[in-house]
Design a protein around this ligand. Structure first.
Ligand code: HT9
Ligand code: FE2
Length: 379
């Protein structure tokens, strides 16, 4: 046999990759039912929901997230094909069509048995990890009730510190700096932004032994922020002060969530005489509504009111380097599952994240079955 065949990448034991995302409305009529899906049982105040509905209506009732996932699907399929990786890629969402349960049913009907899941959330937290695992358990329970053979489902490790995720963001920050007027460029600060979550959810994020003090959620974001800031300093020769800030807070005002909010931070930076700020949304995989509204609309309006020049840097989206990173993560996990020794690729101080979420990782307020982890009721 020719050697080239030996070099063909092989995802065995996996026979399908599932891109698992949030989902979003695709027109005005979808907005309210979408928000009902998102908030079912979550106790978000009605006022907040009305307000968030307006964010979507302001953009014609269309979230950009679905087209961004279609682009990522295409990028993944192209990367896999270009590298001879024969692994079908499916797409399903938590909150809107194509719904996860329907996609998982298609996967089973297409004859697949071992599914690897890529969630569009790079960090540990209940919302970004366990909640997707709960959605997988719900989908498996539904298929079981339909008498279908259940596939074995695993989830890819958190990829926040993979070079294919970090490098496009470094480049994005460099582009935003270059786009600022020259007279304020070198003095610009960087505001690394992510989704605020309740302090209680942050403190319990990640494996139990790391709980407390913002847990894995804050630690992982700080690691990425530092990596990007260091790379920017190396490449520009300028030291841009930075801070991790938060956006998109919801929930009752008396419940503490991670702070400072991006808008308060811009105000504070402006008052301190900072001449410009680059907002870098490192918490998000694509330029979806949380980026388009909370940063590009709200925070940008705040900055204009202050007379503070700001730029918002790009998320990774469907960058080919991210698609390549996903292929590497798939092959790494496939090798591990096949009993081979691997050297997981990761930048920063934290090292590669665990492959299998241990018991008690990112707990829910009310415990529910979650698949693809050590406490999964499914084999
Ligand atoms: C950590 C995190 C991520 C990042 C990781 C990831 O990407 O998964 C994320 C992403 C997203 N969040 C999104 C939308 C929403 N999130 C909400 C509510 C909430 N998010 C939370 C956390 C997160 N959310 C939390 C703790 C809540 C409170 C309610 C609860 O405890 O569950 C609500 C309800 C209204 C509101 O309160 O804002 C909406 C509409 C969209 C879609 C955007 C689009 O349509 O383009 C995306 C990608
Ligand atoms: Fe959210």
């Amino acid at each position: 046999m020719p050697d080239v065949l030996d070099a063909t990448p092989d995802a065995t034991p996996y026979d399908a990759l599932l891109l698992l995302s949030f989902g979003g409305p695709e027109g005005p009529d979808d907005v309210v039912p979408f928000l009902e899906n998102v908030t079912r049982g979550r106790g978000i105040p009605k006022e907040r929901l009305k307000e968030v509905g307006q964010h979507y209506f302001q953009f014609g009732g269309v979230s950009p997230i679905n087209d961004q996932n279609r682009a990522l699907l295409e990028a993944l399929r192209k990367d896999f094909a270009d590298h001879g990786l024969d692994l079908p890629v499916y797409w399903g969402n938590r909150n809107w069509a194509p719904y996860l349960t329907d996609t998982l049913r298609d996967i089973v009907r297409d004859g697949h048995h071992r599914v690897l899941v890529l969630a569009t959330s790079a960090y540990a937290s209940y919302s970004g990890c366990r909640q997707y695992r709960e959605n997988l358990a719900d989908a498996l329970a539904q298929l079981e009730s339909e008498g279908l053979d259940l596939p074995k489902v695993d989830k890819l490790r958190h990829y926040f510190n993979h070079p294919g995720f970090v490098e496009p963001m470094i480049e994005g920050v460099l582009r935003s700096l270059a786009d600022l007027p020259e007279e304020v460029r070198d003095g610009a600060h960087i505001a690394f932004s992510t989704h605020s979550i309740p302090d209680s959810a942050a403190d319990t994020s990640g494996p139990v032994e790391g709980h407390g003090d913002g847990g894995a959620y804050v630690r992982q974001h700080l690691d990425v922020a530092r990596l990007i800031a260091d790379a920017v300093r190396e490449r520009t020769g300028v030291d841009h002060p930075w801070r991790l800030v938060y956006q998109s807070r919801s929930g009752a005002p008396h419940v503490p969530w991670l702070e400072p909010d991006i808008c308060d931070h811009l105000e504070e930076r402006h008052a301190a005489g900072v001449p410009a700020v680059v907002m870098a949304p490192i918490g998000f995989v694509s330029d979806h509504m949380e980026v388009l509204y909370d940063l590009d609309t709200e925070a940008t309006a705040k900055a204009a009111e202050l007379g503070l020049p700001v730029r918002r840097s790009a998320t990774v989206g469907a960058d080919p380097r991210f698609a390549a990173a996903v292929r590497e993560l798939v092959l790494e996990r496939a090798a591990t599952e096949s009993g081979q020794r691997t050297t997981p690729c990761a930048l920063g101080a934290l090292g590669a994240s665990h492959d299998v979420c241990p018991v008690g990782c990112c707990p829910a307020r009310a415990p529910r079955p979650a698949a693809a982890g050590a406490d999964s009721p499914y084999a």
